[in-house]
Design a protein around this ligand. Sequence first.
Ligand code: S3P
Length: 168
Amino acid sequence: MKNIVLIGMMGSGKSTVGDSLSRMLGLEWVDTDDLIEAKEGRSIRDIFAREGEDYFRNLEQAVSGELAGRQGLVISCGGGLPLRRECIAPLKDAGLVFWLYRDPGKTYDTLDAVGRPLAQQGREAFLERFAQREPIYQREADYIIRGHTTTQQAAERIAAIYREVCQP
Ligand code: S3P
């Protein structure tokens, strides 16, 4: 059974949607950031501050490899995970990838930046980061979910696609 892989910018709703989806479909939900924090025994903020982004991406790559060996999961990915091909490729092979698109300005304006080291540089920097990532999200996504008004609606759309494709 394929995994459901949620990608998108910080604050696009990957965790909320992942949680709802797992209940709707009766699948286990995992979040790559939570797994990394549990493995390392410290926060993302601490990992970035002490070790830097590259080290964090190595941890993401290890977690991706592990998750790709499992089935029937809903996986909420850290926003930057698709930046490295080696991180997203194994997940893509073992799952359906959904990009949760949300307007980047609205996303920044409602974002809880606490604990998110790459959201500390202000609105312009956030919009620029989004612009750099947009083609990557686009390239890696099997489906783009956009235009939804609530996270519940996004979850319902993804569940419908998953049922059609994976449980016909
Ligand atoms: C990051 C997003 C974060 C977390 C880390 C880096 C990014 O996850 O993995 O702070 O590069 O966009 P969320 O998307 O869950 O905030």
